[in-house]
Design a protein around this ligand. Structure first.
Ligand code: BJW
Length: 226
């Protein structure tokens, strides 16, 4: 399963590219690139602090909860582009965060030095054990996405690929759907028009996540093994 910002929209977290989305208020280049971090650390920290504050006030929605049910019957691995922790808080146990985690910080000089953020605020002067400033643990534009090879393996081994709430406009994550094995159905649940290349085994359920995921989950849960 691959999720994007639309998965958390009904929890009150804004998407990026929809009307009213985060990129309408902030330029990507001002807040989500390594260059932005070098130019104005205060602005970048404020942007992510604000989002962390909102996340702490949010709760998983019915789509997150439906996926927890699905895990009771099937092996389900969630590959998410989201940096929120709503899948984990709902109770899903296998979650891979391709673009990082909002509630973690990492050293700005050593990527392997990760820290949980206590509360919502990451400040200038919060340092790693080697004395360097901590930055949000997120993958910005122009940075590598180290978990992609592992994610491709998971998609390639899947019997069913479910894609929820993503515009499929950011690579390499968007390319993951092409790692599905031949003949494996890809089901997209999104009320909009993601940039999906029409492959023969691709189906689009044009509904918001809450309704669409619950519907699909109910169907899958009602199947008996033949
Ligand atoms: C609902 C709903 C409801 C609404 N229910 N659905 C030029 C400059 C710089 C980079 C590039 C460039 N050209 C190409 C690139 C590469 C770039 C890229 O893909 N750019 C594209 C724009 C073309 N990619 C990268 O830079 C990546 N790195 C890379 O390529 O590295 C190469 C490298 C290799 C080796 C060494 C060094 C480098 C990194 C990408 C990182 C993305 N980061 C962000 C921010 C992270 C942290 C944060 O959250 O702030 O990740 S950007 C942002 O987009 C975020 C998201 O995870 C990602 C995807 O967005 P998503 O989830 O699809 O959201 P939306 O808003 O686009 O869509 C929402 C969807 O929900 C819509 O379809 C709605 O219809 C739907 N929806 N309500 C269900 N209720």
């Amino acid at each position: 399963m691959l999720s994007g910002a639309g998965m958390s929209a009904e929890s009150g977290l804004r998407t990026f590219r929809d009307h009213g989305g985060l990129w309408e208020e902030h330029s990507i280049y001002d807040v989500a690139t390594p260059e932005a971090w070098l130019r104005d650390q205060d602005l970048v920290l404020r942007f992510y602090n604000q989002r962390r504050k909102q996340l702490l006030e949010s709760i998983p929605n019915s789509a997150h909860l439906a996926l927890v049910d699905l895990e009771k019957k099937f092996k389900l691995t969630i590959i998410t582009q989201n940096i929120d922790d709503l899948h984990e808080r709902a109770g899903s146990t296998e979650v891979m965060h391709l673009h990082g985690e909002l509630r973690k910080a990492r050293s700005s000089v050593r990527e392997d030095l990760l820290y949980d953020i206590d509360g919502w605020e990451l400040k200038q002067g919060d340092l790693c054990e080697e004395g360097s400033q901590l930055r949000p643990h997120v993958v910005w534009f122009g940075e590598a996405v180290p978990m992609i090879p592992k994610a491709e393996e998971i998609v390639n081994a899947a019997d069913l690929v479910i894609v929820i709430g993503t515009s499929l406009s950011v690579y390499p994550a968007a390319g993951l759907i092409h790692a599905a094995s031949s003949g494996v159905p890809v089901i997209l649940i999104d009320p909009g028009n993601p940039e999906m290349n029409k492959a023969s085994d691709t189906y689009h359920l044009r509904k918001p996540a809450g309704e669409g995921v619950t519907q699909l989950t109910d169907l899958l849960m009602s199947l008996d093994q033949a």
